[in-house]
Design a protein around this ligand. Structure first.
Ligand code: TYC
Length: 107
């Protein structure tokens, strides 16, 4: 905790280490799945289960939502984890020659 003058140390000669509380909340990012006309529905469900840890019923719900609305959130993560999920998704789709894409959006 900081002292009254908001200094990270005591001005009275106390040499003990002062703990400065971290007050920032981490930014969070949505991994957004985009619809296309070619990627099979089953493949999108597989991606949601494999990379976003969704159960079958939740994966189907998200996939159908993306299919109907054009885009939808697969999951919300820190920047580093979100970036990794986008890379894994896009690379896995490319490997299977499907145009499925995901992108990152700050929440
Ligand atoms: N629209 C695709 C189809 O009809 C299915 C699909 C759903 C594709 C979600 C991408 O993110 C997606 N086969």
């Amino acid at each position: 905790m900081q002292n009254d003058k908001n200094l990270p140390y005591s001005p009275d000669g106390d040499a003990s280490v002062q703990v400065i509380p971290k007050l920032t909340t981490p930014k969070m990012f949505s991994v957004v799945l985009l619809n296309d006309d070619f990627t099979p529905m089953d493949f999108v469900v597989l991606v949601l289960k494999k990379f976003f840890n969704k159960k079958e019923d939740e994966a189907i719900k998200i996939m159908l939502d993306v299919h109907q609305k054009g885009a939808g959130v697969a999951g919300v993560y820190s920047l580093e984890i979100g970036e990794m999920k986008v890379m894994q998704t896009n690379q896995f789709a490319q490997m299977h020659q499907y145009p499925l894409k995901s992108s990152l959006e700050e929440t």
